[in-house]
Design a protein around this ligand. Structure first.
Ligand code: GDP
Ligand code: MG
Length: 172
């Protein structure tokens, strides 16, 4: 049996295709699946990280494709300790949809939830449509932390989840 000091639920949201499943795969399995935008077929994945010598178990929830049908339910947000709102820095519409996601967060999530805004696909710098400063500004306006990641090149992915673990243990 695995022992741990903390258990936190981390939930990913954002438009279909922005790379949520790839971020989870990259972090939990160290893989970048080429091609198919795979559905992982389970509700959540687990990874344990260490913060100051304490084991922190992260239960990471990925939408199993429901975002395509706009039917992400209240139960998905309930009891989330942290939310990761992802958009694709190379795809303007995914940024334009952020206010809708913020509305969902405000409606369904706990008011204490730790929220990160993540601009994914930072490896595709030539095709960037949203400047980092714009993302950062939006995050600040909505009291979110901001990071740009590449699931493909493993850029800032460990950092994202580790920062969340550190922050949540501070609050615990
Ligand atoms: P989801 O619908 O949000 O879960 O998105 P997926 O994780 O299924 O990824 C959608 C598509 O974007 C797939 O074709 C991935 O290969 C691609 N993708 C995901 N992350 C990255 C990234 O960091 N860089 C690049 N270049 N492509 C990515
Ligand atoms: Mg997915």
């Amino acid at each position: 049996m695995e022992d741990y000091k903390y258990l936190f639920k981390v939930v990913l949201i954002g438009n279909a295709g922005v790379g949520k499943t790839c971020l989870v795969r990259r972090f939990t399995q160290g893989l970048f699946p080429p091609g198919q935008g795979a559905t992982i077929g389970v509700d959540f994945m687990i990874k344990t990280v260490e913060v100051d010598g304490d084991k922190v178990k992260l239960q990471i929830w990925d939408t199993a494709g429901q975002e395509r049908f706009r039917c992400i339910t209240q139960s998905y947000y309930r009891s989330a300790n942290a939310l990761i709102l992802v958009y694709d820095i190379t795809c303007q519409p995914t940024f334009d949809c952020l206010p809708n996601w913020i509305k969902e967060i405000d409606t369904y999530a706990s008011s204490k939830v730790l929220t990160y805004l993540v601009g994914n696909k930072s490896d595709r710098l030539l095709h960037r449509e949203i400047p980092a400063e714009i993302g950062e500004h939006f995050a600040k306006q909505h009291s979110m932390r901001y990071l740009e990641t590449s699931a493909k090149e493993a850029e800032n992915v460990d950092r994202l989840f580790t920062e969340i673990a550190v922050e949540l243990t501070k609050q615990a």
